[in-house]
Write a protein that binds this ligand. Structure first.
Ligand SMILES: Cc1cc2nc3c(=O)[nH]c(=O)nc-3n(C[C@H](O)[C@H](O)[C@H](O)COP(=O)(O)OP(=O)(O)OC[C@H]3O[C@@H](n4cnc5c(N)ncnc54)[C@H](O)[C@@H]3O)c2cc1C
Ligand SMILES: *[C@@H]1O[C@H](CO)[C@@H](O)[C@H](O)[C@H]1NC(C)=O
Ligand SMILES: *[C@@H]1O[C@H](CO)[C@@H](O)[C@H](O)[C@H]1NC(C)=O
Length: 510
């Protein structure tokens, strides 16, 4: 830390001793001075608001150099005005800058793929935005069957790099999504029933901690940090690279079936049958999603069978329902994923998550809520108002795989379950509150239906949760206590609570 101490002394900044317990007061600060000093020392990796690349990086929308390095925040709700933007190209630069930010009490945000629609999760007004997009390499280790994946990559780039070696990983279902946020929020993959959540397949995290040190977290080194990062979001450090177990690519059967909305009740019935089969086939995976706007509606079933077999029995409950389109075909898993590009959706996004055990009456209640509630009219009544609603079936094998691979912080109940999501899209910031409030009511009505049938579950899937949902609360008090204990070791002055305001946060120390 010699360099950093000198550096902050040169800045005239008081150094905050990291040995102080409890929450430190935030001293008056001058972020502009911090930015201009960082600019002197880190030149091209700092974008100041006066520099041409700033506008593109603020929204990540305008710099067209590479389809994978510069993509918009998925949602315009996340466009902010940081004082400056730091794009580290090495872990050591990141370590030095973290030390300066902590020493000067400068608020900051951490961004990987920018796919969280939460307005403040991965961007910041007035503070420093740390953009990880230059941590963009994939290194495959064929001997150990692992790949080291840069935290700023999108899944599409990961899959295409790994395809050169005929392997894949348990990762995102949509190519455009970022590696960092998906893995730290747990990560639901088409392979999760077989192999567990994406985070369960991480064997090492390389992390910059609040004190500027760079550490590995795995089953042997820093095991409590390893456990905590599997669901811990941005509460413990900045992850620079993830090492994931690789899986041989293979021929699979999969694609998309489209339906008229009138078949939604039949699709829920088929879903329940699929989820409650005596022996659920773990190679089968799917997601059912409906879309409603003021001008139309449709239902889409994404399905994938991780074997070289056409129309397997696992999906039998769905086969008799008439489709309007069907793209299912045999291909490699990588080629199947390549068809899962980003969907067309309006520019502003919000989503709300809930979980429950599969139940016919709950699905029937959801059907009514999503097709005929007052909230639906509110949402489809705003400009480009779009409601999407999705059923993601989760089996107990997913949960057991997580335990086998070292456990995670999520506190999942060992039952077969549904992770339900309501997605909203719309056009204008004037409608942000209207849409959020209507969707929140829909989510609460769905939870009430599940409570009414005694099948509600506490778990809130971070990657589908709205900014006001209590994700960490849903992990349960035992896991929160364990996370707080890890925090006391790895971030004793709670830098990631005080200076990184965005994203889902551990509860404060009482
Ligand atoms: C079209 C679409 C498809 C999706 N599909 C899936 C899916 O199949 N499975 C699934 O699980 N989720 C899915 N998601 C949800 C997605 O996982 C979350 O939105 C996730 O937060 C995106 O990660 P990101 O890196 O792009 O996000 P960002 O917005 O960059 O980050 C999200 C949060 O993670 C933190 N963070 C990111 N990287 C780091 C890091 N390296 N160190 C510390 N903190 C970090 C940020 O500070 C922020 O709080 C999807 C989202 C979209 C829009
Ligand atoms: C990948 O698989 C293809 C087709 O089976 C084969 O031709 C190729 O040699 C394999 N590549 C590697 C790196 O194993
Ligand atoms: C979950 O479902 C599978 C198969 O559908 C079944 O074998 C298993 O017993 C169920 N688990 C529990 C805890 O009910």
């Amino acid at each position: 830390m010699v360099f950093s101490t000198l550096f902050s002394a040169a800045l005239g900044l008081a150094f905050v001793p990291s040995t102080l317990g409890g929450v430190l007061p935030i001293c008056p600060r001058d972020v502009a001075a911090v930015c201009s000093s960082l600019n002197t020392n880190f030149g091209t990796s700092i974008a100041q608001s006066t520099e041409p690349e700033y506008a593109g990086l603020r929204t990540e929308n305008c710099v067209p150099q590479s389809p994978f390095l510069y993509r918009p925040h998925r949602s315009e709700t996340a466009w902010r005005t940081p004082a400056c933007i730091f794009r580290p190209s090495s872990a050591s630069d990141l370590q030095d800058v973290v030390t300066v930010l902590v020493g000067s009490n400068t608020p900051f945000a951490i961004r990987s793929g920018g796919h969280s629609p939460d307005p403040h999760a991965a961007n910041i007004d007035g503070g420093v935005l740390i953009d990880l997009s230059l941590f963009n390499t994939v290194t495959y280790d064929a001997i150990n069957n692992v790949a080291v994946i840069g935290a700023g990559l999108r899944w599409g780039e990961v899959y295409s790099q790994l395809a050169l070696h005929n392997v894949t990983v348990v990762g995102g279902r949509v190519l455009d999504v970022g590696v960092g946020g998906l893995l730290l929020g747990s990560g639901l993959s088409y392979l999760s029933d077989l192999y567990g959540l994406a985070c369960d397949n991480v064997v090492n995290f390389e992390v910059v901690l609040a004190d500027g040190s760079l550490v590995n977290a795995n089953a042997v080194d820093n095991p409590e940090l390893f456990w905590s990062l599997k669901g811990g979001g941005n509460n413990f450090g900045i992850v620079t690279a993830f090492t994931l177990t690789t899986i041989a690519d293979r021929q699979v059967w999969g694609g998309l079936k489209l339906y008229d909305i009138e078949y939604l009740p039949d699709l829920y019935t088929a879903m329940l049958e699929y989820q409650t089969a005596a022996e659920k086939d773990l190679y089968a995976n799917l997601m059912l999603q409906g879309f409603i706007t003021s001008s139309g509606a449709a239902v889409q079933l994404n399905l994938i069978y991780f074997k070289d077999e056409v129309a397997p029995a696992a999906f039998a409950p769905f086969y008799s329902i008439p489709t309007t389109a069907d793209t299912t075909t045999l291909s490699s898993f990588t080629d199947f994923l390549a068809t899962q590009g980003p969907a067309m959706f309006p520019p502003r996004v919000d989503w709300h998550s809930s979980s429950f055990e599969p139940n016919a009456d709950v699905y029937s209640a959801i059907h009514d809520i999503v097709t005929s509630s007052a909230e639906l009219s509110t949402i489809t009544g705003v400009t480009s108002g779009t409601l999407a609603f999705g059923v993601q079936p989760i089996t107990t094998n997913l949960i057991e795989q997580g335990i086998l691979k070292g456990g995670n912080a999520l506190g999942l109940s060992n039952v077969n379950q549904t992770w339900h999501v309501i997605d909203l899209g719309w056009q204008s910031s004037a409608d942000d509150t209207t849409v959020h409030t209507a969707a929140k009511t829909m989510k609460e009505d769905i939870i009430a239906a599940a409570v009414g049938e005694s099948v509600d579950l506490d778990y809130i899937f971070a990657n589908d949760a709205s900014w006001d949902q209590d994700v960490f609360g849903s992990y349960g008090s035992v896991n929160i206590a364990r996370l707080k204990a890890a925090q006391a070791i790895y971030d004793p002055t709670e830098v990631f609570q005080r200076l990184v305001p965005g994203g889902f946060k551990l509860p404060p120390t009482v």
